[in-house]
Write a protein that binds this ligand. Structure first.
Ligand SMILES: Nc1ncnc2c1ncn2[C@@H]1O[C@H](COP(=O)(O)OP(=O)(O)OP(=O)(O)O)[C@@H](O)[C@H]1O
Ligand SMILES: [Mg+2]
Length: 278
């Protein structure tokens, strides 16, 4: 349905028997600006299995958003392979890409990206352009109820708090039951209480509905609420750690940033780089 599958591709399966939903192999991304080449990704490979909750960390400019755009099929890599839910993304034409984005991916942005003069309910109905009308409203309501906004259906973005606006964006991202939720710093513009509420929604969607979620954050405390942390630096994947005992959103108190980083990366080091995370 989504273009030809390469005959030889078989999605890897992890120890729990979960299939890979994201499988990128040696991805590079080069931005060319006049004579200057920016090598934003320099050979990144990553497999994300069905049901995982992953955070991507790394300094500014390390390639996190570039990688999210590729994972979200918003952009194609310069080289390398990407299999999304078994489909070879490189072989898709623009209309297949648009469809796969709509059906398989829910994207949440730092800046919410809501339409200014559109009610919460209508924003969430929009991704269902392929569905039938009656069901659309019912499903949009259910998605808004799932993020705790059942009583804000007719509100415009300007009539909602930042955390509530982000929850509308999450409802919009989940309404098509996507295989993956991708969120690029979804708590970056929120105060810590709203950030925790938003985090709690992602965690609940992951734990109760098994939604595979990839989440960019600068905040090590937030990353500790996910199951696995990927670290990018200079366009390379430099660490991939399972989080020991992930925290439950809203229950744990925030310790100092330094302690958080130490907790996650205390056993991580790679040639010549040990100091970086000590
Ligand atoms: N459209 C573009 N054209 C040219 N260069 C770009 C473009 N987008 C990103 N870059 C460059 O690619 C590199 C990676 O950028 P990216 O936005 O992926 O970083 P990031 O890790 O998301 O950073 P931040 O934490 O600040 O959001 C940077 O050096 C950036 O300047
Ligand atoms: Mg970014």
């Amino acid at each position: 349905m989504f273009g030809r599958k390469k005959a030889e591709y078989v999605a890897p399966v992890n120890e729990q028997g979960r299939k890979a939903v994201i499988d990128i192999r040696d991805i590079t991304k080069v931005y060319t600006m006049g004579d200057i080449e920016v090598r934003a990704l320099q050979g990144v490979s990553l497999t994300v299995y069905d049901g995982e909750f992953i955070s991507i960390m790394g300094p500014s400019g390390s390639g996190k958003s570039t990688m999210m755009h590729i994972l979200g099929a918003l952009d194609q890599p310069t080289s390398g392979e990407y299999y999304l839910d078994g489909v070879n993304v490189a072989e898709l034409n623009d209309s297949d890409l648009a469809r796969i984005r709509n059906q398989k991916i829910g994207f949440v942005f730092q800046s919410f990206n809501l339409l200014k003069r559109t009610s919460a309910l209508r924003q969430v109905e929009l991704p269902m352009i392929y569905g039938n009308g009656k069901d659309r409203t019912k499903r949009a309501k259910a998605a808004l109820e799932a993020v705790g906004l059942g009583s804000r259906l007719d509100h415009l973005p300007s009539e909602l708090s930042g955390g509530q606006q982000q929850r509308v964006a999450i409802a919009r991202a989940i309404v098509n039951q996507p295989a993956i939720i991708l969120a690029d710093e979804p708590t970056g513009n929120l105060d810590s209480r709203s950030g925790t509420e938003v985090l709690k929604i992602f965690q609940t969607l992951n734990r109760e509905q098994g939604r595979t979620t990839v989440f960019v954050t600068h905040d090590a405390f937030i990353a500790r609420h996910t199951d696995r942390v990927i670290m990018l630096r200079d366009g390379k994947l430099v660490a991939d750690r399972k989080v020991p005992e992930p925290l439950i959103a809203g229950e744990a108190e925030r310790p100092s940033e330094a302690a958080e980083l130490e907790e996650i990366f205390k056993t991580v080091y790679y040639e010549g780089d040990k100091q970086e995370y000590n």
